[in-house]
Design a protein around this ligand. Structure first.
Ligand code: G16
Length: 542
């Protein structure tokens, strides 16, 4: 029986860069999650009988919300839900399932790389029928609905057991519990040359994949160990835990320090990788070298045709605005399109659907292709392995040759986390106020050639997104970009992106902090970071 439960709205359910993210106790307020899920359903043109994919990264509160979402799907007229066993589905696996099953969409429960546990973070996002994150027009409608919600609809009886594979029913709706890994592993096998990668591994090539106690554990174990023959134990921290083992499942130099130290050792593995909470981000580490996400995107784009799925070449590349312009150089040389979008994977969806681009990437450790509509951590690892299997060179050699051919875009992102939101907004406002007078100003040897607040007009649907980050561009092409993160759950996070192009190969081995020294100092001068936030150092540099 469908029950209609009275509720009252919350005023803070505005989705950010990637869905609604809040602390677990915030989500545990009465009806908080139910309100948001009902607002999603209310924002959609549902005819009844549709298929909905539901899954999450296994973090604390995942199961409760999944069971609620199943009952609410039945209460809102869905014909079928496809749910990962125990509620587990990595974000790219969910995207794949939506596409494969012709579902009208999916609900993905994750706060990505944010910490989990009872006091940690939780999140809910909606993906549409193309498998990609809902565009801004949809998230805006969801927010509108959430502000005036008066009731939600739910099927009275309890949801079926999601720890057992197979089909059951809840009212008129079929609940299908599936193996979360099988379809995804099959997709990966269709894209890459598994036989070649198996040969590489059999030849003694050693790899280490750190699943960070998060969702990619079962995926990486199945694919890397069982299908590609990496020795047991190559995938570490491979059992998803509700609190990610107390860690922070963010594959960067700070939180994946243990993996990096293994790769820096003389007798360490040849290749290391890590993924995040929900499996869409990736970190690539070679022996003795950490590959920056922007460089990884450029190398993958330049070498993708070595893998069967991309042998015909790429239609184009897209990157988010703050991502370094290394990929642009590849696109220029290969004479393919390059697109610059705001931060957020949702902005790539239209370009991918229209066949304008094949590979997309972001500085925030995300790369992916048109195989799904999400970034995909395990995919990036497999494409690297396919390239390594073909080239039989080290990661460092591949990087050095890439820079020699295309030049090197030195790049760093500086994050100032949990700063006072007022101070952060003041800093951005002040930058915006000074934009008009910025051109021509000199800072040391740097002269500003252009300054703006990035806005984007989607070339497919014409929608416009404004205020996407302040760009200060200097003559010669170096840039500093300032923006506030849209994924944090406490205070504000200021991100400062710093980039300089170097064509001279004799300077490519410089450490980035040295190559970017003057720009880093200038970022503080222009942004008044220390003065306004009281912080003299970033919390994380990637
Ligand atoms: C999300 C988005 C990405 C974005 C990242 C960082 O990733 O999907 O497109 O680059 O957040 O966003 P921000 O700089 O606003 O914090 P994820 O992995 O957190 O879902």
């Amino acid at each position: 029986m469908i029950e209609t439960i009275a509720t009252t709205p919350y005023d803070d359910q505005k989705p950010g860069t990637s869905g609604l993210r809040k602390k677990v106790p915030h989500f545990q307020q009465p009806n908080y999650a139910a309100n948001f899920i009902q607002s999603i359903f209310d924002a959609l043109p549902l005819d009844g009988g549709e298929t909905l994919v539901i899954g999450g990264d296994g973090r604390y509160y995942n199961r409760e919300v999944i069971l609620m979402a199943i009952r609410m799907a039945a209460g809102n007229g869905y014909g079928r839900v496809v749910v990962g066993k125990d509620g587990i589905l990595s974000t790219p696996a969910a995207s794949n399932l939506i596409r494969k099953r012709g579902a009208s969409g999916g609900i993905i429960l994750s706060a990505s790389h944010n910490p989990g546990g009872a006091k940690g973070d939780f999140g809910i996002k909606y993906n549409g029928s193309n498998g990609g994150p809902a565009p801004e027009s949809v998230t805006a409608r969801i927010f509108e609905k959430s502000k005036s919600i008066q009731r939600y609809r739910v099927w009275t009886s309890t949801a079926p057991d999601i720890s057992k594979l197979g089909e059951t029913t809840l009212g008129d709706m079929v609940v299908e519990v599936i193996d979360p890994v099988a379809d995804y592993a099959e997709l990966m096998e269709s894209l890459f040359d598994f036989a070649k990668i198996r040969d590489l591994i059999a030849s003694g090539f050693r790899l280490r994949f750190d699943a960070m106690h998060a969702v990619t554990g079962p995926y990486a174990t199945e694919i890397l160990e069982r299908r590609l023959g990496a020795p047991q134990g190559s995938v570490v921290n491979n059992v998803p835990k509700e609190d990610f083992g107390g860690g922070h499942p963010d594959p960067n130099a700070v939180h994946a320090a243990e993996l990096i130290s293994h790769l820096m050792a003389n007798d360490g593995p040849d290749f290391g990788a890590a993924s995040d909470g929900d499996g869409d981000r990736n970190l690539i580490v070679g022996k003795g070298v950490v590959v920056s996400p922007s460089d990884s995107l450029a190398v993958l784009a330049a070498n993708a045709p070595l893998a069967p799925a991309y042998a015909g070449g790429l239609a184009g590349i897209a990157r988010s605005m703050p991502t370094s312009q290394a990929a642009d150089r590849v696109a220029q040389k290969r004479k393919i399109g390059i697109y610059e979008t705001p931060t957020g994977w949702k902005f790539f969806g239209n370009l991918l659907d229209a066949g304008k681009v094949t590979i997309c990437g972001e500085e925030s450790a995300g790369t992916g292709s048109d195989h799904v509509r999400e970034k995909d951590g395990v995919w990036a690892v497999l494409l690297w392995l396919n390239i390594l299997a073909e080239r039989r060179e080290s990661v460092q050699d591949i990087l050095d040759k890439h820079w020699a051919e295309f030049g090197r875009n030195f790049y760093q992102r500086h994050d100032y986390e949990e700063i006072d939101a007022k101070a952060a907004n003041g800093l951005m406002e002040s930058l915006r106020d000074r934009l008009a007078s910025m051109a021509g100003q000199r800072f040391g040897t740097l002269v500003v050639s252009e300054a703006d607040d990035f806005s984007y007009k989607d070339p497919i649907d014409g929608s416009v997104s404004t205020s996407q980050g302040v760009r200060i561009i200097f003559s010669g092409g170096s840039r500093i970009v300032y923006r506030l993160s849209g994924t944090g759950t406490a205070g504000a996070t200021l991100r400062v992106y710093i980039e300089r192009f170097e064509s001279d190969p004799s300077k490519h081995a410089l450490p980035p902090e040295e190559a970017l020294k003057e720009l880093i100092a200038t970022a503080d001068v222009i942004g008044e970071i220390k003065k306004r936030t009281g912080r003299s150092e970033p919390d994380v540099v990637t």
